[in-house]
Design a protein around this ligand. Sequence first.
Ligand SMILES: NC(=O)c1ccc[n+]([C@@H]2O[C@H](COP(=O)([O-])OP(=O)(O)OC[C@H]3O[C@@H](n4cnc5c(N)ncnc54)[C@H](OP(=O)(O)O)[C@@H]3O)[C@@H](O)[C@H]2O)c1
Length: 277
Amino acid sequence: MSGGKWAVVSGASSGIGEHLAQGLAARGHDLWLVARGTAALERIAQELRDRHRVTVHVRTCDLADPVARDALTEELAAEPVSVLCANAGFPTCGPLSTNDPARESAEVQVNVVALHALTQALLPGMLARGHGRILVTGSTAGCQPVPTAATYAATKAFANSFAESLHVELRGTGVTCTLLAPGPVRTNFYAEGGMRDLQKNPLLAWLTPRRVAEAGLRGMAEGRRVVVPGPVAKAQYLAGRHLPRTLLFPVLGRTVLPLFRRAGTTAHPQSVNSRKV
Ligand SMILES: NC(=O)c1ccc[n+]([C@@H]2O[C@H](COP(=O)([O-])OP(=O)(O)OC[C@H]3O[C@@H](n4cnc5c(N)ncnc54)[C@H](OP(=O)(O)O)[C@@H]3O)[C@@H](O)[C@H]2O)c1
């Protein structure tokens, strides 16, 4: 990976973010690790210091909190950061009408506003130094609307679009932006979204967070536009982008909704089964 040493990873306390941090430390980067879980961040930071002899700062922050988020972005904007992995995020699942409004709002704050704020805070310094790498964790869920995960899919549509726009906008600047768009990955994500049992479904061909993180870091180092790790994610990515909605919604109704229902998430069945969309 070219450029300076300092990397920021948001959502570094578990899952894909933890493995992004591990991969960056193995490549010699010093790190800022950001998430809410101080104990997990401290444990990961100590492992990385011991194993890779890098400097690791832990920065506990609730990215849904505008005051804490502003303080973080102001602090990081003053640092010579050369790599940003904007990865923090979580899903909600179920009918919007009955989902907790505060959690829905926090989801937008973390998945959209924090991603946007971190990128905008760090980008000017990268441009001034003439080098930088940005990796945005979007999702195949952002390639199409997903009834019963309406807010999550919309936040990831933002992430996907934002990353791809920046990829083109930054050409020739020495700074690159890569979209990492995973499909199903075995992390805390599904428990967070009340879909714990979904992980028992073998049809989704689960990837490990390590594999996804490594694919993302390789793609970011190469300055690629998009990284979609694994065949299931690639199929989801293509179908979501290219299938007409009139075909897609009935397919989702037969595939995604039954999985969510078996996983214990309630939804309005008609909402995705209807062909009248
Ligand atoms: N797993 C999948 O199948 C999958 C598929 C596509 C995309 N993704 C995306 O991958 C990214 C990482 O998720 P994951 O699968 O690795 O799940 P995960 O293990 O649950 O990791 C989520 C990370 O985000 C952090 N986070 C959540 N809310 C936060 C908040 N309010 N403030 C600060 N940090 C917060 C969590 O840390 P704390 O809880 O300690 O704050 C954690 O470090 C997310 O953007 C997710 O949307 C996941």
